[in-house]
Design a protein around this ligand. Sequence first.
Ligand code: SAM
Length: 482
Amino acid sequence: MTQYNPKSLKAEEFINHEEILATLRYAEENKNNVELIDSLLEKARPKKTAEGVHCEGLTHREASVLLACEIPEKNEEIFRLAEEIKMAFYGNRIVMFAPLYLSNYCVNGCVYCPYHAKNKTIPRKKLTQEEVKAEVIALQDMGHKRLAIEAGEDPVNNPIEYILDCIKTIYSVHHKNGDIRRVNVNIAATTVENYRKLKDAGIGTYILFQETYHKESYETLHPTGPKHDYCYHTEAMDRAMEGGIDDVGLGVLFGLELYRYEFAGLLMHAEHLEAVHGVGPHTISVPRIKKADDIDPSVFDNGISDEIFTKLIACIRVAVPYTGMIISTRESEEVRRRALQVGISQISGASRTSVGGYTEEERPTDTEQFDVSDQRTLDEVVRWLMEMGFIPSFCTACYREGRTGDRFMSLCKSGQILNCCHPNALMTLSEFLEDYASEETKKVGYRMIDEELRKIPKEKVRSIAEQNIFDIKNSNRRDFRF
Ligand code: SAM
């Protein structure tokens, strides 16, 4: 039996199977323990301090009790608390991004992914630098400023040099008033040396989904290829941090294993990063398995209902209050709407999950990684967000101003967000409205901007933001930021 140790650098010690089983037993025993649940809700509530608002979060054991709770009134309280925490740190801003698929060549055998090496029906494609450029122009023409690049694992077809070339190309394209200001990277686990190269190439977040924290299931679900190695995969974030990347994004592919097991594992991973590196994950993603080329999601028997999915998001929000949360177009408009209320702070829009998909008129499905549920245009998603009272933000200021890792977290904790992130969101929204929006979206957008500008507490900041928005409207000056 391995001993649980959040400070260990060994996967099986910081994601400890016995500790997860003990957590699940503890949660089951206490799921109707009103006194304990009340004390946890109280502990997690935002508290005013001299520096701003502070939230303590919950441990994996504590949060697992809330996730298991079956008392309807308490569940309502959990949802309300999640909304309150979200408002305290992320306000009504929602950061926008799009995935960019570079290559679907892959040597792994992941049984849930259509890019697995044995799939002979899916056409294999890898973008040339000219094609990357064309995709980026198409993305800029929609209004995107932030991308997450995606690729299969293939040391021959997609070596690190290829990924680095693509990043360079992406940052070099400036079409009309467009540019990509932050490239996040979702590629397979790699070496410290390669993470350092990615850092030097100016990436934002390094994202790697754990898929499942259950070692035995992990090995069955990844029968062949380098991804089979559970420890190498699970320890990747430590190597990324050693390589200098301090914004890392975690995620689980829900549906593969029992969600309560994954939830405990995910929080243990966050606790581990905090314990070892002094900073937790920058983001957590919550993908669910979707239909794809030769993949039928119904063969995985751990699929979760929309209701449980929403609760899961709320419980993550309560447990790790400062971590950004991402939802993709795998989910429908309705699921995304609910998820936004209870915790999500970042969403993709108008995504194409096929290699070269953005330059096609119609959404191509032949090389798609998964079926897209939310198929609206970016303009439609932006308007929809605003109609619900959310501010779509194209801001990329933090990492460009060096506010990464613990510096981002301290901004989050300082209560200065209304003087910083809020005006940045409004200025980048104004850029979108001027350069890419339909007339109707523009109308809704400027009404929102006028109202939201009034919420900036510092008069000086407010007047600078107003002046910048005036300049965006009346000139080609862009990319203002605090
Ligand atoms: N190949 C990289 C790796 O090994 O981590 C990451 C890129 S992959 C394009 C991005 C993620 O898509 C995977 O980590 C997995 O969680 C998710 N994914 C794979 N197949 C999926 C499916 N059928 N439905 C939904 N998401 C899927």
